[in-house]
Ligand binder design. Structure first.
Ligand SMILES: Nc1ncnc2c1ncn2[C@@H]1O[C@H](COP(=O)(O)OP(=O)(O)O)[C@@H](O)[C@H]1O
Ligand SMILES: [Mg+2]
Length: 342
């Protein structure tokens, strides 16, 4: 009895239609056949019984469908599916099955992305704390040693102070890079694109870096670039790119040269920073643009690296709708390049 009531009540959306249909049918038929009162009552009763049966059948199938959908939604809520293919509804519900699958896929992907993001965030925080700890511990160590008497020892005091100062510089570099990367990644990087003369622009940069190259006995070459070549980009941001690429080239090269050149390729100009340094293995080439990834941590730290430089470079070049490329062979040198519209 309960089941009948449930099924009929599931069909309640049809009540109104069935009611009108019944009234009109009974009226028309009784008029057409000129029913007596008794006949009319019997006929109406028969019709009502038929309606009840109809409503029962309709309600039954509707109730079933609702139950199927409810079960699926509950299973989704309880995280019981790992792929949309596991979601199966009856034949009559194929359309809604497609919709539920699409919805499931979206939420599923959102959750996966959120989990990934959370992991990246945790890793990033871990890296930052680790990177901060290294210089801070070093500075603390040198200062304590100095305070404990080394300050009066002329053989070491200056060296210790210099080392502490070096780590302070590292700390400052790290903070600056962190500010940059957080600005970029939170979408606060405002770009300002315009055409500018690439030769004049690179010439100034190369002049700035000449003393650093000479200090290491490296030749800093500046390739022949057409005098009036104009390229399209954000000068300020590209300066950051070039500073990173040039300082890397000088930092990670012990002998030979560092070269800056431009090659025209159709509608774009390729800016190249080449060196004859340590080079980077193919495996590492895939990872050097990741935040904090360094091939040799100690070497990078010793030269004031933060491991964030190339991550910043990649972001800026991406914002130019271009791609930063690297070609390198360990022991032979590296070539970083990117193209700009001309
Ligand atoms: N020109 C290069 N030659 C060799 N290795 C390089 C060069 N540029 C970058 N690398 C490698 O890629 C790593 C990541 O570079 P970067 O993001 O600039 O960080 P870092 O602060 O260590 O310089 C460096 O630690 C270094 O191992
Ligand atoms: Mg660097």
């Amino acid at each position: 009895m309960n089941k009948i009531r449930t099924n009929i009540s599931s069909a309640r959306v049809y009540f109104k239609d069935v009611f009108y249909f019944t009234v009109i049918s009974v009226l028309l038929i009784s008029l057409a056949f000129q029913f007596s009162f008794q006949e009319l009552v019997i006929f109406t009763l028969l019709f009502v019984l038929l309606d009840l049966y109809l409503l029962y059948r309709l309600g039954f199938s509707k109730h079933n469908e609702m139950e199927q959908i409810k079960t699926i939604i509950n299973s989704i809520r309880k995280n019981e599916f790992s792929s949309p293919d596991e979601i199966k509804l009856g034949k009559k519900l194929v359309e809604i099955e497609g919709d539920i699958k699409a919805m499931f896929l979206r939420t599923h992907n959102d959750i996966i992305n959120l989990k990934k993001l959370e992991q990246v965030r945790t890793e990033f925080l871990g890296n930052v704390s680790h990177e901060l700890r290294t210089p801070i511990f070093a500075i603390q160590g040198y200062l304590e040693t100095l305070l404990n008497g080394a300050i009066d020892d002329d053989r070491v005091n200056r060296g210790f102070i210099e080392k502490a100062a070096h780590h302070t510089e590292n700390l400052n570099n790290l903070l600056n890079d962190l500010i940059d990367i957080s600005m970029i990644e939170s979408g606060q990087m405002r770009m300002s694109f315009r055409y500018f003369n690439i030769r004049e622009y690179l010439e100034i940069l190369v002049q700035e870096f000449r003393p650093f190259a000479e200090e290491k006995g490296l030749e800093l070459k500046f390739g022949a670039i057409k005098a009036n070549l104009q390229v399209f980009g954000d000068k300020k941001k590209l300066r950051q790119v070039m500073v990173n690429l040039l300082s890397n080239a000088i930092k990670y090269t012990e002998k030979g040269y560092v070269e800056v050149k431009v090659e025209e390729e159709g509608k774009s100009a390729k800016i190249i920073v080449k060196d004859t340094g340590f080079g980077i293995s193919e495996e590492d080439q895939l990872r050097i643009f990741e935040r904090f990834y360094r091939v040799d941590k100690d070497r990078s730290r010793a030269v004031g690296g933060t491991g964030l430089g190339l991550a910043i470079v990649k972001h800026i070049i991406d914002a130019h709708e271009s791609k930063i490329m690297v070609k390198s062979k360990p022991g032979e040198g590296s070539e970083f390049s990117f193209s700009l519209k001309k």
